[in-house]
Design a binder for this molecule. Sequence first.
Ligand SMILES: [Zn+2]
Length: 184
Amino acid sequence: MLNNWMVVPTCLPLVRRRCHACTSEHFRASGKFRVNANHKLLDAWLLVLCAGCGETAKLTILERTNVRSVRPELLDQLHDNDLGLTAELLQDPVVQHRNRVALDWDNAWRLDTAGSDHLDREVVDVSVRFAARIPVRPVRLIAEGCGLSRAEVERLITAGKLVSAVRLGGKFSGDFTFTLKRYS
Ligand SMILES: [Zn+2]
C-alpha cells in the first residue's frame, strides 16, 4: 500500500532581506508590481514590504528589456498584479539570485498526508511530493507525517528500518519515497 504525502504551500513565503530603515530581515510580498516603460525598454519590479516597518523595497524582474521580447501574457499579469505570478517569481532561482534574496518558508507550508491510516502496517511505503520548492528536511517530514519525534526517526534510520534511495538524514529537499519497517 503506497501512501501519498504532499508538501503544499499555505501562503507566500517571506523574503529574507535586510531592511535599511529598521533591523528587520524579512519582507513580505505586497502583491503589487511596478512597470516602467521607456521607449521600447521595460523595467519591472515586484514590490515587497518590510515585515517590521512597512518600508517598500523592489525586486527586479525585468531590467531594460526590449518590450518585444516579453511575452504578452507576462505583461498582462504584471499590469494585473497577478498573485500567481508573484508566487512563481518569488520561487524563481534567477529572481532570487539577481536580487540576492532567499525565501523563508517557516509557517508557510503544511504536510498533507491525505489521511494516511495505514501507517500501523508492518511495512509502509510513502511517496512524498513537493508542490513547491520548499526546503524541508526528510527527517522533519517523516516525523510529522508518522507522528514520531525526530530522534525516533533518526533511530529508525540508523537501525535500517527506515530506508530510501535518498539520504534521509541529510538536507535533501525534493520528491522522494521511503519505506518504514517499524516492526520487523
Ligand atoms: Zn523595516
